[in-house]
Structures are given as structure tokens and as C-alpha cells.
Ligand binder design. Structure first.
Ligand SMILES: Cc1cc2nc3c(=O)[nH]c(=O)nc-3n(C[C@H](O)[C@H](O)[C@H](O)COP(=O)(O)OP(=O)(O)OC[C@H]3O[C@@H](n4cnc5c(N)ncnc54)[C@H](O)[C@@H]3O)c2cc1C
Length: 289
């Protein structure tokens, strides 16, 4: 449980940080809040020779709104800063609510939204709601900047599209006419527990009709999973209780859960059914669960 030796590098700009990552290749790792990485290092699961700290890169911190672009969240923004941010509270309270389901206050004070995505564990709480809201990831590397949908960011457990010299800089939630969105999480305790299943949904209603529907499942597949067949049950249809019930069942069938210490595959499928219905109902009623 002792952190192995490493060289601590503190770049003063994003460009310098990317250059250091490029220079040291697979021997280097980005350090943000350290709530995942330092634990892994203590457990011998990661042994980087260099840690490239983002601590002096203030441009990666905070939330702003740009008309025509949307809400922009810096990757170094901590979960507690997300929860308290007035722009997010007004425009996307579902993002604040998802952050509030995570860990304990102390961890939320150091853990960042960027670290939660790049760590890429299947049970991570922030990816489903960001995908449901169509968020994009702004990635900066030595060769410049690129933008990918958060939906396309994950390749497998612990693996993302980030190259060795790339840093997740910002998350952009584009302006949208979503009626309601939310994230519903089931953990083995009420607080401080990882998701056994998490479901995020966003719904855009036109009168009684669900014009658009997004349903994203967490912790039931190697990466956050879009429940496309369940979305199609509702998309373009007049919403009814029966249809919502059906969407829950379809989401459960298309989910790909595994058995692990937090729950069996069968238990998880049942949870997907229940949480999908709960999440959709709340999104349609513009509320939170
Ligand atoms: C007790 C405890 C409880 C927890 N509970 C939850 C929970 O309920 N839900 C949940 O989802 N998570 C939970 N976590 C996991 C963790 O707190 C979060 O994933 C957190 O958001 C990670 O952010 P960080 O800044 O600490 O990341 P770090 O530990 O600094 O980094 C994590 C990984 O991402 C990379 N990285 C970080 N930022 C960037 C960036 N901007 N660009 C490129 N690479 C980057 C690092 O190199 C590392 O590989 C918990 C952790 C602990 C210790």
C-alpha cells in the first residue's frame, strides 16, 4: 500500500503537458484529482515513472456558457464544483444530480469530471448523463485539438480514444430543447457506493409525443451503453404507461450485464427494467427521480 516512486512533473500550460506526455510515452500518466490513480498505484495496478499534474492548468477548471455552443465544463472541475455550479443547476440539473450520487463529500472535493471519464470504469456515474445530453469531449494533444462525442469516447474498461500525448480538456453540452433528463443509480448502499446499475435518460416531448429519447445504461456493459431498441419503443410515439413499461423490458433484454460481487446479471437486468421506467417517467414529467 505504498505509492511506488515516480517523478512529479508540473507543466504550466496545456501544450507543455501534452509535450511531456509525448516525450515520456507509456511511462507517463496524467494526474488530476488522483482519487482513482493514486489508489491504483498504491495497489500496484499502475506504476507510472512520471506523473504529469494538471494542477496549474486553471484553464481546465470551471463551467461557462457560450451562446451557440452550449455549456462547457473544464475537465478539472471537481464533482462538488459541478454540483454547486449555477449554470449547470439552471440548465442541466441532471448533471449536478448525477455528480451528487458519487462517492463521499471528500472524494467529490478532489475527484474531477475529466478523471471520471478517462478512468473509464463501466460503473462510472458521469458518462451516462453526459451521453444522454449529447455531450462532446474536446481533446488536446501535441498535434492540435479534436472533438469526439462522449458516446464514442470509450473503447473498453479502462480504455478510451485518448492518445498517449492527449488530454481531455473540456466537455461541451450543446444547447438543446430537452424536456427533461435525469440519472438514476442503484448502489448497494444509499451513499458512497458504486453503481450496480445506472440509467440516464433525456426526453424531448412535442405535446404527447416523444420527439426524441435517449436511454443510456451504466454498469451493464463494458462501456456505457445506448439502449437503442428501448429508445425506438418510444421515439416518435404518443407516450403511455404501457409504452414506458415496454421500453423498460426492452432495455433489460438488450443490456449486457455480467455477474460480479455487486450483483448477478439477472439482478442487473431486473434493475435496468425498473430504473429505465423510473428515469423515463421523470424525464417526461420534467422532473428528477
Ligand atoms: C472511495 C471512493 C469512492 C468512489 N466512488 C465513486 C462513485 O460513486 N462513482 C464513480 O463514478 N466513481 C467513484 N470513484 C472514482 C473516482 O473518484 C472518480 O472516477 C473521479 O472522478 C476520478 O477523478 P480524478 O480527478 O480523481 O482522476 P485521477 O485519479 O487523477 O485520474 C484517473 C485517470 O484518468 C486520467 N486522467 C485524469 N484526468 C485526465 C484528463 N483531463 N485528461 C487525460 N487523462 C486524465 C489519469 O491519468 C488516470 O488514468 C470513487 C473513488 C473512491 C476512492
Amino acid at each position: 500500500m505504498i505509492v511506488p516512486q515516480f517523478e512529479y512533473l508540473v507543466p504550466q500550460s496545456l501544450q507543455e503537458a501534452c509535450a511531456l506526455l509525448g516525450q515520456h510515452g507509456s511511462k507517463a500518466k496524467v494526474l488530476s484529482g488522483g482519487s482513482d490513480l493514486i489508489v491504483k498505484m498504491k495497489n500496484g495496478l499502475a506504476k507510472p515513472d512520471y506523473l504529469v499534474s494538471l494542477k496549474n492548468l486553471d484553464e481546465l477548471k470551471g463551467v461557462r456558457y457560450e451562446a451557440g455552443t452550449g455549456v462547457i465544463i473544464g475537465s478539472r472541475t471537481t464533482h462538488n464544483q459541478v454540483i454547486a455550479n449555477p449554470i449547470l443547476r439552471e440548465k442541466y440539473p441532471s448533471v449536478c444530480a448525477a455528480a451528487a450520487t458519487m462517492a463521499a463529500y471528500q472524494i467529490r472535493n478532489i475527484g474531477t469530471i475529466g478523471g471520471n471519464l478517462v478512468n473509464a470504469v463501466p460503473s462510472a456515474d458521469m458518462p451516462p448523463i453526459l451521453i444522454a445530453l449529447g455531450a462532446q469531449a474536446r481533446i488536446v494533444g501535441t498535434a492540435g485539438e479534436r472533438v469526439v462525442r462522449v458516446e464514442d469516447f470509450f473503447l473498453g474498461p479502462g480504455r478510451t480514444v485518448l492518445g498517449q500525448d492527449e488530454i481531455l480538456a473540456e466537455l461541451v453540452i450543446p444547447d438543446q430543447a430537452t424536456t427533461g433528463s435525469n440519472y438514476v443509480k442503484f448502489g448497494l448502499r444509499r451513499a458512497g457506493a458504486l453503481a450496480v446499475v445506472g440509467v440516464a435518460s433525456s426526453v424531448t416531448m412535442a405535446g404527447d409525443v416523444a420527439k426524441d429519447v435517449r436511454i443510456i445504461l451504466g454498469a451493464v456493459a463494458p462501456i456505457p451503453m445506448v439502449a437503442r431498441e428501448a429508445e425506438n419503443v418510444l421515439r416518435g410515439k404518443k407516450v403511455s404507461d404501457d409504452l414506458i413499461q415496454h421500453a423498460g423490458k426492452v432495455a433489460a433484454v438488450e443490456s449486457k450485464p455480467i455477474n460480479d460481487i455487486r450483483g448477478s446479471a439477472e439482478y442487473r437486468r431486473n434493475l435496468v427494467d425498473v430504473l429505465t421506467r423510473r428515469s423515463l417517467k421523470a424525464a417526461i414529467e420534467k422532473g428528477h427521480v
